[in-house]
Design a protein around this ligand. Structure first.
Ligand SMILES: Cc1ncc(COP(=O)(O)O)c(C=O)c1O
Length: 413
């Protein structure tokens, strides 16, 4: 009997996406018991206090006001030029690095992760990522014959573990002579950690030291998927200026996403933004990614590009959009503050939270705790090293209740 037809490289375990699977279970529980009886902290999407997906009015009013042809048309493979301008403006604000910068459109932030891994590492290479990580980094790497090596994100004092970063970075770089490192900051998924400007300096100092050997090629992917919900004003964008005038063998790619900042999750738009002190290297990035784009997804969502561009180029629209987003950012901060405070009150240890959609709880038997909590209608995501609670999706009232429930469930395992 034939039991497999796919080529060997495409044979993967028959498993559904764990997060979307748990989210579906939470939805079933809501249907059965009512929204007020269920805490659904599974998905990384902003929800209102009743658990309904938040869709920004300024974004969707703009989309619906556009002629059909602006939505339906193909986009250029690299992205519409006006969008590529707008996305750089939205990403850097007043902290644009002093460097040659080129952007290409991608289907969400995921596309920029694919570009960085696929176009800047060789088959068989290891990609360096911290031990609290977004799983698709591994999925994307493994799909194309790369693997992921972890450094520890935190030291014993729950500070950014620069020693572990340095040790693993140098080990892999010395071996491979080329290394793609992904840092998801600010507002990391799953911990909510953001590197300070001083921690960024330490990371870059290590990179600069290793760049003195011209044989080394260092590629830094900065995944800023959650940057629009981090810090006050644009303070969490200040670190971008540290990518100015870096040695030519350090290439930085910013992975920008419109999924969260514009609530365009399913519309699939983002950008990979390459930064170099060498113009040819920035151009090389652009053409390499354009080739990959054509080969992988052809082109991206034209309507979404148009919406962002129109908002960016009209002062009244951009002020209205910023005001709407600021309201949701404040809501998110209130929820996170409530969760952090309730964790202290309940004696629940959490990892250092700074910004963004998620808070993580370290624990050894996350799956068992998550299963137990599911029976109490609290849905969260079990990870290898702990549990992820999505404050973005849960009301303040429920953020206050959840830590004690989690603490009790952990004690009962
Ligand atoms: C860490 C991280 N990076 C990137 C993304 C990009 O997602 P998308 O491709 O939906 O823009 C996400 C979204 O969940 C994420 O959590």
């Amino acid at each position: 009997m034939i039991n497999s037809m796919v080529a060997k490289h495409a044979l993967w375990p028959k498993e559904d996406d764990a997060i979307f699977g748990l989210a579906a279970k939470a939805k079933e529980a809501i249907k059965k018991y009512g929204a007020d009886k269920v805490i659904d902290s599974t998905l990384g999407a902003l929800a209102d206090d009743n658990g309904n997906l938040i869709c920004m009015k300024t974004v969707y009013d703009e989309l619906k006001s556009m002629p059909n042809a602006e939505i339906a048309a193909y986009a250029m493979v690299a992205g519409q030029p006006a969008f590529l301008e707008a996305v750089q403006k939205a990403c850097f604000r007043e902290f644009r690095p002093d460097a040659y910068i080129k952007a290409v459109a991608t289907p969400g932030g995921s596309g920029s992760v694919k570009h960085a891994i696929c176009n800047y590492s060789n088959p068989g290479d290891s990609i360096l990522v911290c031990d609290w990580f977004w799983k698709p980094y591994v999925t994307i790497s493994e799909e194309i014959g790369r693997n992921v090596v972890n450094y520890q994100l935190f030291n014993d004092k729950n500070e950014f573990n620069i020693e572990s970063f340095k040790e693993n970075f140098e080990l892999l770089l010395n071996k491979q002579k080329r290394l793609v490192t992904i840092i998801n900051s600010p507002a990391q998924n799953p911990t909510g950690y953001s590197l300070t400007d001083e921690e960024w300096k330490q990371v870059l100092d290590i990179m600069k030291e290793n760049a003195k050997n011209e044989e080394n090629k260092i590629i830094l992917l900065v995944d800023v998927a959650y940057i629009d919900f981090a810090g006050k004003g644009n303070e969490k964008r200040k670190f971008f200026t540290q990518f100015s005038n870096l040695p030519e063998n350090i290439f930085t790619i910013i992975g920008y996403s419109l999924s969260k900042g514009y609530t365009m999750y399913g519309m699939r738009l983002g950008a990979a933004i390459g930064i170099s002190s060498n113009e040819d290297i920035a151009d090389e990035f652009y053409y390499s990614c354009m080739h990959s784009g054509r080969a992988n997804w052809s082109n991206c969502n034209r309507g979404a590009m148009e919406v962002m561009t129109r908002i960016s180029n009209d002062i009244n629209k951009s002020e209205a959009y910023e005001a709407e987003k600021a309201g949701y950012k404040a809501m998110l901060q209130r929820r996170a503050d409530t969760f952090v405070k309730a964790s202290q009150d309940a004696g629940l240890e959490i990892l250092p939270y700074r910004d963004g959609f998620f808070i993580s709880i370290p624990c050894n038997n996350a799956k068992a705790v998550s299963d137990k909590l599911m029976n109490e209608n609290l849905f969260l995501i079990p990870l290898k090293k702990g549990l992820r609670f999505a404050v973005c999706a849960v009301s303040e009232e429920k953020c206050k209740k959840a830590p004690e429930m989690i603490k009790k469930a952990m004690a009962r395992i």
